[in-house]
Structures are given as structure tokens and as C-alpha cells.
Write a protein that binds this ligand. Structure first.
Ligand SMILES: Cc1ncc(COP(=O)(O)O)c(C=O)c1O
Length: 488
């Protein structure tokens, strides 16, 4: 029977059997299944027409907010437009139907792409070697810390220094990796105080985790001095690369003195994220850290016919081991690769420049209406404080909800922690001048409402499918199960 099937399938032009066709080919379901397992009556499935199904899902999709629907100025998250062609490329059958257990010679194309991607990311970051394995930014941080541990193996260095503006995943990764955290207060410009840094760097310092530009959207001008201080103490300098969108093609972490950097492929390189991933937290390191990279590393060797062959190198005795099942989220790497190859070096540079111009345009237009605690040119994002509105009884959380009424996703709020009533705004390069102007007009209107009629802001949102929720009740009496009563 199988022979018959194979002959049929191997005929030129045969595109395969669809599932319902198969039993028929074999001579009906009766020839495969015992009669006791066969259905005696028709299955009573609900009948829906295609338009009904399409309308149902479209209606659901427009109830939600997403980047294809409107502005998403979520600071620190880089919610840029994800070109659809990235998905088309990642869905090509050669990529999407490859099994993770496929032998290397059956997936040479995918391995070549991964190898190429490693080289491209090394060139973008100024690092020597890359792993694509970590699943997201936080997973890249954790991998980097494990590599630091392996590097300092004999020295028992136990501290990691983190600025007080850092993203919450930084201290969490430090704790997870078994290090102590040393918190470094920022100076009055929101930047690293190099004297304070020098005073905490010592023989116990394993490394310094720094986000540049930092979470206030400010570039650390003293970065070379910072690198010298950390290196003189014997520590490693790690860059949280979540904000790399501001640097693409302009400056490279490797040239600034960083020893390790993680990418957020799902932010900077335009692959989907949110809802916990899956993302891509590729990690770049200088050559002296290369032996510690997670296994496997995608490598290349020259074959007999002078053709290159690509393989997964597991033979790495100093490796920290695996940090992800198989080889990481390969489809995310493919989408990011497609994005990079379409834009080229000049396109990448334009991303950073446009993101910076867009953020400064918003900042300059909003600083009269909201407090701007650090008034200096910003990179790709900036942070306002809602303290002026708080004087009228309007909290930043209410401003965030009122923004939803205008078809805009709320900015990141209450982070970074060093800004009171923080509103962290990142427009990205995706937004046009019209859309930035719309955002400005909405923010100005909300500032006016907060002053003249705070109730409008405090009772928002009123235009969304779900109105204002009772947050206290929701946190104390959480019941998120749809129709939960039915199942009890
Ligand atoms: C500065 C910074 N570091 C790290 C992360 C963590 O990245 P991920 O969400 O991919 O784990 C984020 C995420 O928003 C971030 O903004």
C-alpha cells in the first residue's frame, strides 16, 4: 500500500494528498480503521459560512490594539511596524517545514542563513562572535551573566553593578544567575556618575550592566571612561541592547568598549513580540569570551568540492551549555534577517536617525504641557512626568487610559522608577509626521482636560470595547476565566 502511495506521489506535478483524500486512496476509512471505531452518524458540527468566520475574527482583531491598527509609543519596547514580507519569508516551506531533528545536510539553507545572520549581527554590534540561541532580552541577559561566571571562574567575583535607571529584567537576571546586585544612583542629568562608579568597582566586581542609550533615552557620553573604570577593576562591561534602535549604523557597542551585548531582535529588527514572545535575544561577545558561548554554535567548514558546509558545533568544552531547546527561535532570526537584507546598511542607519528625530520632535512639542525632568536632546525615546497633572488629581495611569480613547496605545508608565509619575514615550521610525502630530494633539488635549475637567480623564476610557476596570477589585478578586461559572 505504501509503495503504491509513493509511486503516486513521485509522479511529476503531484503536489501531495490532502488529509480527507487519503482514506479514499487507501480504499475508504473502513480499510484503515476497525469498524467499532467508525462513526455511525454524521458529526453534528456547527455550520458557518466563510464570511461569518472572517467577520468574527476581523471584529475580534479590531477590538484589540495592535501596531497594524494604530500608534504604539511604548517606551523601552520599540513597537515598530513588522513588515508582512518578513512573515512570508519565514513561512517558505524550506524553513517552516524543517524538523528540528533534521540532519545538518538536509537543512543547509537554514544553517547558512543562521551563519550569515551571526556575521551580520557581529558587524552591526562590533562584536566578534554571536549566538542566536537566547529567546528574548532577559534570556540574553541571563546567558551573558552565565558566561561572565564561566570567565571569572577562578576569581569568585560576586557583584554585578546596575544603574538605578535599569530595566527590571536586569536585577532579576542578576539574582537568577546567583550574583549580588550593587545599585548605582544616576547623577542629576540622568547619566552614570563616573566617580560613584569608580568607588563601587573593586576586585569583587564581575561586571557592569549598562543600557545605552539608557532608559531615559539619554546617551552615556562618558562611555569610554566607564569602560576604562570597569576594565581596570577586572570586571566586564555588558550592554543591555534593548535600545539598539537608536544606534543602528551610527555607533557600535564593540567600539564603545563593551565586552558583551544582547540584541532584542523582536524590537530593533522588527519581529513580533508581546505576550511573552517568542522573541530573539541574540548575544554578541568579544573573542576572549567566545569559548563560553552556548552550544551549539553554527559553524562552517570547507568541503571537498570547495563548497562550504554548515554544521552545528557541539564540541566546545568551555561552553556554558544550552540556553534554549534546539537552536533558539529560528523563525524570529529569519524574519530579522529578511528585515536587515531588505534595508541594507544605509536603511539601518536611517532607522536610527528617524527614530531619534521622531522622539525629539515629540519631546519638544510636549515639554510645555508635561514636566520634562531631563531636558536634553534625547535618542529614540524620552520620559515625561505627569506631576503637573497630578496637582489636578489626575494620575499618570488615568492619562494612559484616556490615550486609549483616541485609538493610540498608552506609553510605558511608572518606569523608569527614578521619574515620578513617568510616561516613557518611544514613537519609533514607523510613524509619519501626521501620526506624530496626531499624538501631540491628543496629549495636549489630555493636558487641557486634566486642568479644566479632570473627570473626563479620570473616567476614561469610554470609547474602548471594555471601559474603566475596578483595578483594586481585579487585583484582590482575580477572575479571568471566561464563563468560569459554567466550569465550576
Ligand atoms: C532596557 C530593557 N532591557 C531588557 C528588556 C527585556 O527584554 P525582553 O522583554 O525581550 O526580555 C527590556 C524590555 O522591554 C528593556 O526595555
Amino acid at each position: 500500500m505504501y509503495d503504491k502511495l509513493l509511486i503516486e506521489l513521485s509522479r511529476p506535478g503531484h503536489t501531495g494528498f490532502s488529509l480527507p483524500e487519503l482514506p479514499e486512496y487507501y480504499g475508504g476509512a473502513e480499510s484503515i480503521l476497525p469498524s467499532s471505531c467508525l462513526r455511525k452518524s454524521e458529526l453534528d458540527l456547527p455550520e458557518l459560512s466563510e464570511p461569518e468566520v472572517v467577520r468574527h475574527f476581523i471584529a475580534l482583531s479590531v477590538k484589540n490594539h495592535h501596531i497594524d491598527k494604530g500608534i504604539y509609543p511604548l517606551g523601552s519596547c520599540t513597537m515598530k511596524y513588522n513588515p508582512k514580507v518578513n512573515d512570508v519569508i519565514a513561512s517558505l516551506p524550506g524553513f517552516s517545514s524543517a524538523h528540528p531533528h533534521s540532519p545538518a545536510d538536509c537543512v543547509q539553507g537554514t544553517l547558512e542563513l543562521m551563519y550569515d545572520m551571526q556575521n551580520i549581527l557581529a558587524a552591526i554590534s562590533g562584536m566578534d562572535s554571536i549566538t542566536l540561541q537566547p529567546a528574548a532580552g532577559a534570556s540574553g541577559e541571563f546567558t551573558a551573566l552565565l558566561m561572565m561566571k564561566a570567565y571569572h571562574k577562578k576569581q569568585n567575583r560576586k557583584n554585578i553593578i546596575i544603574p538605578d535607571s535599569a530595566h527590571g529584567t536586569n536585577p532579576a537576571s542578576v539574582a537568577l544567575a546567583g550574583y549580588n546586585m550593587v545599585k548605582l544612583p544616576s547623577n542629576n542629568k540622568g547619566l552614570i556618575d563616573t566617580e560613584k562608579l569608580a568607588s563601587v568597582c573593586d576586585k569583587d566586581t564581575a561586571g557592569f550592566m549598562l543600557t545605552n542609550p539608557n532608559t531615559l533615552g539619554l546617551f552615556e557620553n562618558d562611555i569610554e571612561k566607564i569602560a576604562t573604570i570597569v576594565h581596570e577593576s577586572g570586571g566586564l562591561l555588558y550592554m543591555d541592547g534593548a535600545n539598539l534602535n537608536a544606534l543602528l549604523g551610527l555607533v557600535r557597542p564593540g567600539d564603545m568598549g563593551f565586552d558583551i551585548v544582547h540584541f532584542n531582535l523582536h524590537k530593533t529588527l522588527s519581529t513580533p513580540h508581546g505576550g511573552g514572545g517568542p522573541g530573539g535575544g541574540a548575544l554578541g561577545v568579544k573573542s576572549f569570551l567566545e569559548p563560553f558561548l552556548p552550544i551549539p554554535v553554527v559553524s562552517r567548514k570547507s568541503g571537498k568540492t570547495e563548497k562550504y558546509t554548515y554544521f552545528l558545533d557541539f564540541n566546545r568544552p568551555d561552553s556554558i551549555g544550552k540556553v534554549h531547546g534546539f537552536y533558539g527561535n529560528v523563525a524570529i532570526a529569519i524574519m530579522a534577517y529578511a528585515f536587515i537584507r531588505q534595508l541594507g546598511p544605509e536603511g539601518l542607519k536611517n532607522i536610527a536617525k528617524t527614530a531619534i528625530i521622531n522622539a525629539n520632535y515629540l519631546k519638544e512639542n510636549l515639554k510645555e504641557d508635561y514636566i520634562l525632568p531631563y531636558d536634553s536632546p534625547c535618542m529614540h525615546e524620552f520620559v515625561l512626568s505627569g506631576d503637573k497633572q497630578l496637582e489636578h488629581g489626575v494620575k499618570t495611569s488615568a492619562i494612559a487610559k484616556r490615550i486609549l480613547d483616541f485609538g493610540i496605545h498608552a506609553p510605558t508608565v511608572y518606569f523608569p522608577l527614578i521619574v515620578h509619575e513617568a510616561l516613557m514615550i518611544e514613537p519609533t521610525e514607523s510613524e509619519s509626521k501626521q501620526s506624530l502630530d496626531y499624538f501631540i494633539s491628543v496629549m495636549k488635549q489630555i493636558a487641557r482636560e486634566a486642568k479644566e475637567n479632570p473627570e473626563i480623564v479620570n473616567s476614561a476610557p469610554t470609547n474602548t470595547p471594555v471601559g474603566k476596570l475596578d483595578e483594586a477589585k481585579a487585583s484582590k478578586n482575580l477572575d479571568v476565566c471566561w464563563k468560569s461559572k459554567v466550569y465550576k
